[in-house]
Ligand binder design. Structure first.
Ligand SMILES: CC(C)=CCC/C(C)=C/CC/C(C)=C/COP(=O)(O)OP(=O)(O)O
Length: 286
């Protein structure tokens, strides 16, 4: 239905829907709300197959579902939403499919730059997370523009993981921490060459890389760890996504293909979170 609406009608549709649902959101907000929800967008190709559509249309429907989730998360008070839009392994898909996804990403990222886009209407900051140098030049440039253009939006943050894998993120963070320490040692040694003993001591002290150093170099450093990870289509694998950040995260896997995800699934997810919240908090303290 949304496909056939023009901009104004779509805006009206969303504002009336969200207005009608306000009492429901108010009831939900009595319980704890996850501050950060991450999504693995599983089932776009199966959705296309189920509907006899081209694979690309499955991805397009997936993008529309991302935008709906962003709006619902916003009204529910979720401050950070992260999506796994393209993994490093996804580069191994058929070249036409990779190309289609890159073109779609470029089109949608450029769309985010419009004043009328969802992110600008809702005051959402967009941040791209991953090994961005692996992207094609136009996609990388568009991603950088979108990050700059939305940098002053403060209502919530959308983190889009592209060319991302968790093991790559960890390797990058450890390498950068080592490099930083090495640079510090070089600088200290250069400034105090006369005292050999002290130099040795300083070198030893600084060789210790701490957890906080690694965390400072993570691609995901902008956001707190997710409270809930939603992976659609009933799958419970993490597929190399946010391994470092999900040590106390709740995994929820509704049996729905990603383009079919709707408000009811998100509400069930939040209720599930609220039911388990006391238990999760207790576990964090142990
Ligand atoms: C700009 C922007 C945020 C774009 C996002 C577009 C989008 C929906 C990307 C999903 C990409 C992807 C590889 C999903 C995995 O589902 P799958 O294709 O593996 O589905 P399957 O499980 O049915 O095979």
């Amino acid at each position: 239905m949304l496909k056939s609406m023009d901009g104004l009608a779509e805006k009206l549709f969303w504002s009336s829907l969200l207005y009608m649902l306000k009492p429901l959101f108010r009831i939900l907000s009595v319980g704890p709300t996850p501050n950060h929800v991450a999504f693995i967008l599983d089932g776009n190709r199966r959705y296309a197959k189920k509907r006899n559509m081209a694979v690309g249309n499955g991805y397009r429907a997936g993008f529309m579902a991302v935008m709906s989730m962003l709006k619902y998360c916003y009204v529910l008070g979720v401050k950070y939403m992260t999506i796994y839009a393209f993994s490093i392994d996804n580069f191994k898909r058929r070249p036409e499919e990779v190309q289609y996804l890159m073109d779609l990403m470029l089109e949608k990222i450029e769309g985010l730059l419009h004043k009328e886009s969802v992110v600008n209407q809702y005051g959402v900051r967009v941040h791209f997370v991953g090994n961005l140098k692996l992207l094609t030049e136009p996609v990388r440039v568009a991603a950088e523009k979108a990050m700059q253009a939305t940098a002053d939006n403060t209502n919530s943050t959308l983190l889009i993981c592209v060319a991302y894998s968790s093991t790559d993120e960890i390797v990058h963070a450890v390498e950068s921490s080592c490099q930083e320490k090495w640079n510090e040692i070089q600088e200290l040694n250069a400034n105090q060459p006369q005292n050999v003993e002290e130099t040795k001591e300083i070198r030893e002290l600084n060789q210790i890389i701490k957890l906080v150093d690694i965390e400072r170099h993570m691609y995901m450093r902008l956001a707190p760890d997710p409270d809930m990870l939603i992976r659609t289509s009933g799958e419970t694998r993490l597929s190399n996504f946010l391994l470092w950040q999900t040590t106390s995260c709740l995994l929820y896997s509704p049996k729905v293909l990603f383009p079919e995800i709707g408000l009811r699934h998100l509400i069930w997810a939040v209720l599930h979170f609220q039911r388990l919240f006391p238990h999760l908090e207790k576990k964090k303290q142990l």
